[in-house]
Design a protein around this ligand. Structure first.
Ligand code: HEC
Length: 149
């Protein structure tokens, strides 16, 4: 009978599908996807990639002045995505108690800078500010409430 054939077909189809669904495991994020996520969730107008129109403006601003960028400028462009809301467990801007604890756990401001600049756990290298010097990165840290000794 036709319905018997249909039932067989259905069983074969489902029998093949369910084990495949069970095998699909969540994939851990690598640094690149983390950075992409950070860029996607960054407020509009704060992320600028090389080759985009806005990147040309960035270059112009950077070359017009040889001064390192201020902490505020770096923060608003790169760090705010995570450090304003505490996304992924990021210590929040202005939470001086947490920042002071991190400095004293590591022993010094420069060690914290070094560790954060290199990237640690969910904190992407250079906080996604790929052209940030250590000084500019440090400016942003201080803007968030990290005390430089
Ligand atoms: C994609 C989200 C994200 C962005 C963007 C980001 N951070 Fe972070 N940051 C984190 C997270 C999460 C942690 C906590 C890491 C941990 O301790 O597990 C962190 C920790 C840190 C720490 C402490 C590191 C330590 O060793 O305790 C510093 C300093 C820091 N960030 C600076 C910055 C600066 C400066 C910027 C911008 C230039 C920035 N971050 C951008 C997510 C981010």
């Amino acid at each position: 009978m036709a319905w018997v054939t249909h039932m067989r077909l259905l069983t074969i189809l489902l029998g093949g599908l369910f084990p495949m669904m069970a095998l699909a495991k969540p994939v851990p994020l690598d640094d690149v996807s983390r950075q992409e996520i950070a860029e996607r969730i960054a407020p509009a107008g704060t992320v600028c990639k090389q080759g985009e129109d806005c990147a040309a403006n960035l270059g112009a601003v950077a070359s017009a002045s040889s001064e390192p960028r201020t902490g505020e400028a770096v923060y608003n462009q790169f760090c705010t995505a995570c450090h304003t809301s505490g996304l992924l467990g990021a210590p929040k801007k202005g939470d001086t108690a947490e920042w002071t604890k991190r400095v004293s756990d590591l022993g010094s401001y420069s060690k914290l800078l070094e560790q954060a600049y290199a990237g640690i756990r969910s904190m992407p290298a250079k906080g996604t500010c790929m052209n940030c010097s250590e000084e500019e990165f440090g400016n942003a840290m201080q803007y968030m409430g990290v005390k430089k000794e």
